[in-house]
Design a protein around this ligand. Structure first.
Ligand code: DOR
Length: 459
């Protein structure tokens, strides 16, 4: 990991430390030595430490494990004009994410060990930890299983044909059957093709008024139902990507109550934005601006839906039905978005706005701050399995992957400041509340927002 040179010890003092892995939410100090957490203690005076110490004063800030994103499109190889592994990782640490998991819808797709090696080696020189999700099917074509064992041996952490579903129920059954023994989940992008038929936004009064073809919620829900049935049949590990409808959340709640190995994620935009953003209205009391009518930056799969769906996603996240927030960071080039709504690519650049977006649910009282942190740290780690626990807590001896953020800092999104090459967000110009001040990976400060921290000098 390339990063600024660091001295052996760093003390983060005076912050509100939220560490769901260890049941901690208190003002306390965190000492880092040689890249790992050394101690978490209410009072660690810098003077009491031998040797040089870098001190980060975090008064008024939250200090927590770095966020883990289990759904990131890094576009490399094949689409380096949209994003590279390096720019995506830089965007990640600006957003407080210390570990990101690259989706395999690249060109060529990540469906064999050599491709996994390629992405891992490119990721090794970036500021974030880059993990890889391998394809379910060869070339993501949906016909034949990829060599899942080869992919696991190469280091993948999950399997997905994301961007497309695993349409073939028989293939999904096989993949889920193998997922158990391989110890990695199958992340499915649920979208029943025959029900989407060219739709570009959620089906409803907004799509009617705009004259755009709609996608009904049942397009997602039909496949969620199928996959839960297959998880039950196989005992496999099913992870449901980017859930967006009230019906899907209800099905996951039932599946969990029945003890099935089903986990689910929700994206930041599905917690804040509705389909009315495509009308060009300012639709949320917690934001101060919004996109113009027909703004293609509101085009995403699954589509932005109505208030009831947003409320159900928030409630699902709050009660733990939805295990985690995942960004589905989908950077696109200008040509892919500066066109008609019909022709535009699906996707939003999310990494750098995720925290401010998700915090809206905390500020309006829908979810506690500590639960929000859980859904961005231990929640995603749990989806991927035991190997991730070490990245998700401030446990002595584990890597010091940490984010320091001000939950109340007001800032206005300006895509020109993005580290991501993807400037495609409907949040450009919108004021968000909550901003990352610093991100540490393996004890090194890999990002610092100028002027937010009192460090007594440059970090
Ligand atoms: O909007 C989306 N864009 N949804 C996805 O599932 C895929 C993604 C992409 O790769 O652009």
């Amino acid at each position: 990991m390339a990063a600024k040179a660091h001295i052996g010890q760093t003390l983060i003092s005076g912050g509100r430390v939220i560490d769901p892995a260890n049941g901690l939410d208190a003002v306390t100090d965190v000492l880092i030595a040689d890249g790992v957490i050394k101690a978490v203690n209410p009072s660690i005076p810098a003077e009491s430490l031998d040797g040089e110490v870098q001190v980060i004063r975090a008064d008024g800030m939250v200090v927590c494990p770095g966020f883990i994103d289990i759904h990131t499109h890094l576009r490399e190889p094949g689409f380096e004009y949209k994003e590279t592994i390096a720019t995506g990782a830089a965007a990640a640490v600006r957003g407080g994410f210390t570990t990101i998991c690259a989706m395999p819808n690249t060109e060529p797709s990540i469906d064999n060990g050599a491709m996994v090696d390629y992405v891992l080696s490119r990721g090794a020189t970036t500021p974030a930890r880059v993990k890889v999700i391998g394809c379910v099917s060869k070339d993501r074509a949906g016909h034949e299983l990829a060599d899942m064992e080869e992919l696991i041996d190469a280091g993948v952490v999950a399997f997905s044909d994301d961007g497309d579903p695993v349409y073939d129920a028989g293939l999904m059954r096989l993949a889920l059957t193998y997922s158990r023994g391989l110890g990695a989940p199958i992340t499915n992008h649920c979208q029943e093709h025959a029900l989407c038929c060219g739709g570009v936004m959620a089906e409803g009064w907004v799509s009617s008024r705009l004259g755009l073809a709609g996608i009904p919620a049942v397009a997602e829900e039909a496949m969620v139902a199928r996959d839960i049935g297959l998880a039950e049949l196989t005992g496999g590990r099913l992870h449901l990507a980017h859930l967006s409808s009230a019906g899907s959340v209800a099905m996951v709640r039932q599946a969990k109550a029945r003890g099935l190995l089903v986990t689910a994620e929700v994206c930041p935009h599905h917690l804040l934005l509705t389909d009315q953003w495509a009308l060009g209205l300012q639709c949320s009391p917690s934001v101060s601006a919004g996109p113009a009518a027909y703004d293609t930056h509101t085009k995403v799969y699954p589509p932005l839906r109505g208030d009831l769906d947003v409320a159900a996603c928030i409630a699902g996240l709050a009660d733990g039905t939805i295990d985690c927030v995942a960004t589905d960071h989908a950077p696109h080039d200008r040509v892919s978005k500066e066109c008609t709504y019909q022709d535009a690519a699906f996707g939003i650049s999310v990494l750098e706005t995720a925290l401010g977006t998700v915090l809206a649910t905390v500020h309006d009282g829908s979810i506690s701050l500590s639960d929000m942190v859980e859904r961005m740290t231990t929640g995603p780690a749990r989806v991927l399995g035991d190997g991730f626990a070490k990245y998700a807590g401030l446990t002595p001896g584990t890597p010091a992957d940490i984010v320091v953020f001000d939950p109340n800092a007001l800032w206005t999104v300006d895509v020109n400041d993005f580290a991501s090459m993807g400037r495609n967000t409907p949040l450009n110009g919108v004021e968000l509340r909550g901003r990352v001040a610093a991100t540490l990976v393996g004890g090194r400060v890999v990002f610092e927002e100028p002027g937010m921290l009192n460090t007594g000098g440059e970090l």
